[in-house]
Design a protein around this ligand. Structure first.
Ligand code: C2E
Ligand code: MG
Ligand code: MG
Length: 679
């Protein structure tokens, strides 16, 4: 063995040792980072180590064994299998990190098996024919160099093609792969030369060093690439954490703390700033009808629409609270511009929205506060916008309102009222009164409407309009409904006489209670508990409750009617009064609102409408009640129009239970004083 051959051997074994070290380094990184390409790289360098070691061993075996000896063939097979596995694993690993490719286990195994089979076949081809030494060499060694060269060069050039700026790892890998590819091509050409009977390149001996160093630089490049990649991942994870801290996840809008920061800057650096606070007021109802999916959809599409309006007006949107979306900006000069933005927001929210094929109607209120006139800090600007918004909400759905100093006073009064309401529940200050309803034919009392009153310790007897809207923000609507229902049913039990027609009790039920899925079951249990016949109970709901989710309302009404409970549509003539809903929903009857009753005698056109409505209702088999009859003339008109029941001050005002019993001639049977639930 001459000096050069010894050097070749040193290169093989030293290269094998270096490759083994690289393989261990990648395996270590794989354990740390658990990324697939590291395992592929580790495998590739292990295969390179095996290839180099076995290639060196093959050289040592040549003088001692013939070419077709099983030991030489075995060592050569291992060597070539390892060589092809090295190429395949290197390419797959590099593609995994470079192109973010995810290989399946099956794909990896398949590629490695293919490489192995190819390695074994190319070892055995021409192995048993001594006359084909050159072909065998080209097949076994030359082809391996050619394939390795093609793979390394194409990978290197592909990565270098879009020269990765400021990515040392990728740059180094691209260069080292290209050099490795050129070196392997060079070695291949030498083999072709010798196979054709010529001499190898004279400089061949000196380039062996490239064969040793190129894989080393490839692995350095890959390690640096890995570290740079991990740094990027850490940075993007930090960005994501920062986004979570500053942005709302559902809508992607800035959250409250970021909004207040922006707003402060706008208030400091600009002449004036505006804050519009939008609240989606009916999320509770949407949740009851469409579940949390509906709520998420309502919130995200509202946010999108509001953000679009904000952008068009040079403003910024944010989500400062669960059901609030804000729009703020320094570019909005004065009240008229802010008013225009509020109108655009409400118009955008009024556009139809569908969840699983069902329409969701969004109800919103907008409060507007302007700096510097309304507040000097972003926090107080927000609280003033909220006061204005609360006023807008109490004015009705889809309204906006500007902050005004008297709202402060009103807000304080509201707070005081809310705390009084809480103690009213605890102190049993609510009482139930009953207003008689008369049969339209013989004007005999046939039922009563239960109406709640608040016996306020200082302000005396308060009507529902003074407090009923305040129950919702306190979450006490259902508590009141439950108490009224219990009280009304218990009281009505005392009115029933076996020998007479049943006397009904009509109870007004809020949207909150009626839209609960289990409402009919609650009524069923209540009737069982109190012993009131189902036919004696009437539930009054207003049109907006029924209209919001007609299919759900229809199911509940149907269920209640199956129990024998009657369901009436209250305040007919005040809302949208769609006759279509009358046909869709299986009501037992409708109550014509007091305002319509008044109009009938003033405007002949209203009279014609009510007459037509009565005819239509009767043709649909619905009973009609006229409420708010105050004069003999109104009584006469409705009686002659064929109204089934009449109610109003002309006959009786609402009265306590004792007076009901006296009116029905049952005074002796007065029940004990009612008890309020303590909430
Ligand atoms: P509503 O269900 O339409 O009740 C009829 C209202 O008309 C009652 O007012 C009654 O006192 C009034 N009224 C009756 N006859 C006449 C009349 O001849 N002229 C005039 N001007 N008014 C008449 P009230 O008691 O103030 O109740 C107002 C509304 O408050 C009710 O309208 C109902 O929507 C709600 N409400 C009353 N009690 C309850 C309750 O227990 N629970 C719930 N959820 N709501 C209730
Ligand atoms: Mg009513
Ligand atoms: Mg009414």
């Amino acid at each position: 063995m001459n000096e050069w051959a010894k050097l070749d051997l040193v290169v093989y074994f030293a290269g094998s040792l270096i490759a083994l070290t690289q393989s261990i380094v990648f395996l270590h990184y794989y354990r740390l980072f658990r990324r697939e390409h590291l395992l592929l790289w580790s495998g590739s360098f292990l295969a390179l180590a095996i290839y180099l070691a076995t290639a060196g061993a093959s050289w040592l075996l040549i003088p001692h064994f013939p070419a077709a000896h099983p030991l030489r063939l075995g060592v050569s097979s291992v060597s070539l299998v390892a060589a092809y596995i090295q190429v395949v694993a290197l390419v797959m690993g590099t593609l995994a990190i470079w192109r973010q490719r995810r290989w399946t286990r099956q794909q990896i195994v398949r590629a490695l098996v293919l490489a192995s089979v190819f390695g074994v076949i190319s070892t055995l081809l021409f192995a048993f024919d001594p006359s084909m030494v050159q072909e065998r060499l080209v097949m076994r060694i030359g082809l391996r160099y050619l394939i390795t060269a093609a793979a390394a060069l194409s990978m290197g050039l592909a990565i270098a093609w879009h020269w990765p700026r400021r990515r040392l790892g990728q740059q180094m890998t691209a260069l080292a792969l290209s050099i490795y590819g050129i070196d392997q091509l060079h070695v291949f050409s030498a083999y072709v030369l010798t196979a054709l009977g010529g001499e190898s390149w004279p400089w061949m001996r000196y380039t062996t060093i490239a064969t040793l160093l190129a894989p080393l630089f490839i692995s350095y490049g890959l390690v640096i690439w890995l570290l740079e990649d991990e740094r990027d991942r850490a940075e993007s994870a930090t960005d994501a954490a920062e986004r979570l801290r500053l942005f709302d996840q559902l809508t992607g809008l800035p959250n409250r703390s970021q909004m207040l920061g922006h707003l402060s800057q706008q208030m400091q650096h600009a002449q004036g700033a505006a804050l519009l606070l939008v609240r989606l007021d009916n999320l509770g109802n949407i949740a009851a009808a469409s579940g949390m999916d509906g709520v998420d959809l309502a919130l995200s599409s509202s946010a999108e629409r509001i953000e679009e309006v904000a952008r068009a007006n040079g403003m910024v949107a944010a989500r400062p609270g669960a059901d609030h979306i804000a729009v703020h900006g320094a570019g909005v000069a004065g009240a008229s511009a802010a008013q225009r933005v509020a109108e655009q927001i409400l118009a955008a929210l009024a556009l139809p929205l569908f969840c699983n094929g069902r329409e969701i109607a969004i109800e919103a209120s907008v409060g507007i506060a302007l700096a510097p006139q309304d507040a000097s800090t972003s926090e107080s600007l927000q609280s003033r916008a909220e006061m204005a918004r609360a006023r807008a909400q109490s004015d009705g759905a889809m309204r906006y309102c500007f902050y005004a100093p008297d709202l402060d006073v009103a807000a304080k009064a509201r707070l005081a009222l809310q705390s009084e309401i809480r103690s009213a529940f605890a102190n049993n200050e609510f009482v139930l009164e009953f207003q008689p309803m008369l049969d339209g034919w013989n004007l005999e009392v046939c039922g009563f409407e239960a109406l709640v009153r608040w016996q306020h310790p200082q302000r005396g007897r308060l009507l529902p309009e003074a407090f009923i809207n305040e129950l919702e923000p306190l979450g006490l609507v259902e508590t009141l409904d439950a108490w009224v229902l219990e009280q009304a049913c218990t009281s009505a039990c005392a009115w029933q006489r076996i020998d007479r027609e049943i006397i009904t009790v009509a109870v007004n039920v809020s949207a909150y209670s009626f839209q609960r899925r289990r409402f009919p079951e609650v009524i069923e249990a209540l009737l069982k508990r109190t012993g009131l016949p189902a036919a004696s109970l009437e539930i009054e709901i207003i049109e907006s409750i029924a209209m919001e989710h007609p299919e759900h309302a229809a199911l509940s009404i149907e269920h209640l009617r199956e129990l024998g409970v009657r369901v009436m549509l209250d305040d007919f003539g005040t809302g949208f009064s769609s006759l279509k809903h009358l046909r869709q929903l299986p009501f037992d009857g409708l109550k014509i609102d007091h305002s319509f009753v008044v109009d009938v005698l003033i405007d002949p056109r209203d009279a014609a409408i009510v007459r037509a409505m009565l005819a239509l209702a009767h043709s649909l088999g619905l009973e009609v009640v006229a409420e708010g009859i105050e004069t003999a003339a109104q009584l006469a008109w409705f009686q002659s129009a064929g109204c089934d029941r009449l109610q109003g001050f002309h006959f009786h005002r609402s009265m306590p239970q004792q007076a009901v019993l006296e009116l029905l001639g049952l005074a002796a049977a007065a029940p004990s004083k009612s008890q309020m639930p303590v909430s």
